[in-house]
Design a protein. Sequence first.
Length: 135
Amino acid sequence: MNKQVVLERLQEMKENLAILEKLKRIPHDEFVKTPEMYKLAERCLQISIECILDISHYLIAQKDLPRAEGKEAILTLGRLDVLPDDFAQAISGMAGFRNILIHEYLKIDREKVYQKTQRVDDFYRFQKLILKFLG
């Protein structure tokens, strides 16, 4: 396994999380009324979720398993003991949110973006667990 593939995505996620940390301090009303804020949050969330999915796909491929799509990729990391199963279950919905950000961008609910911005701890936990798995 080439750990650099995973580490590059963790670094990209880290950079996006730094931006999300700043955005999460913005008062709710200002956030949902300011396109620069919520659109930046949308993009940072999308990229961070893409990183989770890319890492999931890569680790699954390293086990010579068939490619899993969407939430199944994250759930597979739970079955492989890369992530605790309950945590994999809890974050697997991120894949669906990513699909909304990409494919239903005209219908994005700013409230949901704000709520997701407030919950960046899941991304940090994912990073820690992946680093632990890599050793």
